[in-house]
Design a protein around this ligand. Structure first.
Ligand SMILES: NC(=O)c1ccc[n+]([C@@H]2O[C@H](COP(=O)([O-])OP(=O)(O)OC[C@H]3O[C@@H](n4cnc5c(N)ncnc54)[C@H](O)[C@@H]3O)[C@@H](O)[C@H]2O)c1
Length: 430
């Protein structure tokens, strides 16, 4: 069983499936199709399935010139029918893992994907969970849904966890050249999983278990979240002491060892950094360990939108204006530079906080034509820039004309150091 699957993987005749065709799943499907495998994407969204089959990429990091030929040559296709699994040899699960309102893990997407997979599951398959989750998920949640009297893990099928480290918008590191950590439920599973990824990705890092692989991802993102929390706290301190925090970090970063720069900002965003550490704290709470660093950084990072709003308020007051009735234009609403994703974006909190204080809001973001959430419904409107009493740079997209902004806006709050080095008395920095 083991050898037969390995042969199919080596000679690239294994039929590859990817469940969940989002920011993680679609780039992965593309890499395996590029490596010569026949890849089938499975997604509940009929819209995404239709787009893939029409050769239309909806992920900005995947160029049309790469995507369309893969679809036209039959290497890549999509369906919403899980029955296709009976013909597949491998499955990567890339479905969402959000938090519930209570900050508990929402496992429902993984469970529902596995229920569907279990219906068509057969001997000789490799299943790899890629969704970020708490340590223990693969062995405790996924394995019992797939294993049976006739199907034993490590003998009849292979199960791994492999964290996804993709960084949307990063031109230097993409799915193919980010080292891939993989840990299996048994040593045989790790071996098959590592062999699989080695066909399409540049480097593979096998680890001894699924739990180690799950924990790797949580360490990486918790490290980032906590260090951003520190940078944000330092920014608040510097604000009080009238010190330019950006200059401080830049100078500290000249130390050639023992320091790594992290930057403050308007708050955390995206599907990973604000969420993943709470998967860890939820799990460790069950083991009687309180994740104090995570809770503290979560608290500090969560205060940043309010900190930004108070800065706007103070800056307007200095010009003898009030937030109430002022026109405030938010420049950029995506959670980070040069991408179109607004999930958990701090811009949404900032807009809501300013609206509650009676401000009139507009925004512009070439990557996000419309935002609708909690009673707010706005369309990107560049004309709002010219009318604004204050412009808040929330996302420092490359396409913005910062020079014109500095020339024309009466007041700018720069939360990203987008105006680094520019000296002008209409600029207030975080
Ligand atoms: N976006 C990132 O930068 C990033 C980076 C690393 C890890 N991750 C992790 O990867 C996972 C996926 O994230 P994403 O950003 O790709 O999410 P996404 O929302 O972009 O995509 C998920 C896809 O899964 C589909 N889906 C949901 N339930 C399904 C089901 N039962 N069966 C089939 N399809 C289903 C959705 O329709 C959607 O297309 C999450 O666990 C996330 O934490 C994301």
């Amino acid at each position: 069983m083991h050898e037969a699957l390995k042969d199919k993987i080596r000679n690239r005749t294994a039929k590859v499936g990817v469940v969940g065709l989002g920011y993680v799943g679609l780039p992965l499907a593309v890499e395996f199709a590029k490596a010569g495998f026949e890849v089938t994407g499975i997604d509940l969204s009929e819209e995404k399935v239709a787009k893939v089959n029409a050769g239309d990429t909806y992920i900005a990091d995947i160029p049309e010139s790469v995507f369309r030929p893969l679809v036209e040559s039959g290497k890549l296709s999509a369906t919403s029918d899980f029955a296709v699994i009976s013909k597949l040899d491998t499955i990567n699960i890339c479905v969402p893992t959000p938090l519930r309102k209570t900050k508990d893990p929402d496992m429902s997407y993984i469970v529902s994907a596995c229920q569907q997979i279990a219906k068509y599951f057969h001997k000789g398959m490799l299943v790899i969970l890629e969704s970020t989750t708490y340590p223990g998920t693969t062995d405790e949640v996924v394995l019992p849904m797939l294993e049976s009297e006739h199907l034993m893990v490590g003998r009849d099928f292979f199960l791994c966890f492999s964290p996804e480290r993709v960084d949307p918008g990063n031109a230097r590191y993409q799915t193919a050249n980010i080292p891939k950590v993989v840990g299996g439920a048994t040593p045989e599973c790790t071996e098959v999983g590592a062999l699989f990824y080695a066909q399409a990705l540049e480097s593979v890092v096998p680890v001894s278990s699924t739990k180690v692989a799950e924990m790797v991802k949580l360490l990486e993102n918790t490290f980032r979240m906590i260090n951003i929390g520190l940078a944000n706290e330092i920014a608040m301190m510097c604000g009080r002491m009238d010190i330019n925090v950006w200059e401080v970090i830049e100078a500290a970063a000249t130390k050639p060892f023992g320091f790594m720069p992290f930057y403050p900002g308007p708050g955390l965003g995206g599907h990973c950094i604000p969420i993943d550490p709470f998967y860890l704290s939820w799990k460790t709470k069950q083991a009687g360990i309180e994740a104090r660093f995570i809770e503290l950084a979560g608290h500090i990072n969560g205060q940043m939108p309010l900190f930004v709003v108070e800065k706007v308020q103070n800056a307007l007051n200095d010009q003898s204006k009030a937030v109430k009735g002022a026109h405030i234009h938010i420049l950029g609403v995506a959670y980070k530079k040069d991408i179109d994703d607004v999930r958990e974006s701090p811009a949404l909190d900032i807009i809501q906080l300013l609206e509650r204080r009676g401000a009139r809001l507009s925004y512009s973001d070439p990557h996000v034509p419309r935002i609708r959430f909690d009673g707010v419904d706005l369309c990107s409107d560049e004309a709002g820039l010219a009318k604004a009493d204050c412009v808040v740079i929330v996302t420092d997209h490359s396409v913005f004309d910062y020079r014109a902004l500095v020339k024309n806006a009466p007041l700018i709050l720069d939360t990203r150091n987008a105006l680094k080095g520019v000296v002008s008395n209409n600029i207030v920095r975080l």
